[in-house]
Design a protein around this ligand. Structure first.
Ligand code: SAM
Length: 192
């Protein structure tokens, strides 16, 4: 048996936590791969809200969704994820079971437009407040570029300081891969 890579591991847990009718958030739409996966997981009764600051990313996401006839299950929002909580209508907040951050820059895009430590942590903190107990928040961290290294350091501090009775944090990482491979945090909002 081979352990799944970081992105596959995250996807498997998205499938486990989401059911038909749930709401999910893709906080970094990029090329739309995660939005598409979430749209499958929430089923025909569910909905996905996807954020990106680049219109180019949202266009790629829309194309991908159209190809799979799943655009109707999504709302694409051209705003930073630090505004995500305010953008989710109250009826969807009650059903919010998963949120995904795939940090860094748009694959094939401008490498200077990247997620930033401060707004990443603001957004994670807001979404952990509104996600349902039992919900999961996924963060894939890429420490191979300068802003990514800062995000890694600050996220480690942030995650380690969360009260364990409210949030459990899992870290999934291959320790002996070369070239600063990505790793995953899963924040698990505990049920009462
Ligand atoms: N999940 C994507 C996929 O499936 O292709 C990959 C995401 S890519 C690594 C990171 C994305 O985050 C970029 O498209 C970038 O524009 C976006 N981004 C950067 N800062 C952001 C912010 N404050 N809010 C939302 N998106 C942001």
């Amino acid at each position: 048996m081979t352990m799944p890579d970081v992105l596959t591991f995250a996807k498997e847990w998205m499938e486990r936590v989401l059911e038909n009718g749930d709401t999910a958030i893709d906080a970094t739409a990029g090329t739309g791969r995660d939005t598409l996966h979430l749209a499958h997981c929430v089923g025909s009764g569910g909905h996905v809200f996807s954020f990106d600051i680049q219109t180019e990313a949202l266009e790629q996401t829309k194309q991908r969704l159209d190809k799979h006839l799943l655009y109707e299950r999504t709302t694409l929002i051209n705003k930073g994820h630090e505004h995500a909580a305010a953008q989710i209508p109250a009826d969807h907040r009650k059903k919010l079971k998963a949120a995904v951050f795939n940090l860094g820059y748009l694959p094939g895009g401008n490498k200077t437009i990247t997620t930033r430590t401060e707004t990443t942590i603001q957004a994670i903190s807001q979404l952990l407040d509104i996600i349902k107990p039992g919900g999961l928040l996924f963060v894939v961290v890429y420490p191979g570029h300068p802003e990514g290294r800062m995000e890694k350091d600050k996220l480690e501090e942030y995650a380690a300081a969360l009260p364990q009775r409210d949030i459990q944090v899992l870290r999934y990482e291959f320790m002996n891969q070369v070239n600063h491979p990505p790793f995953l945090f899963i924040f698990d909002k505990r049920q009462e």
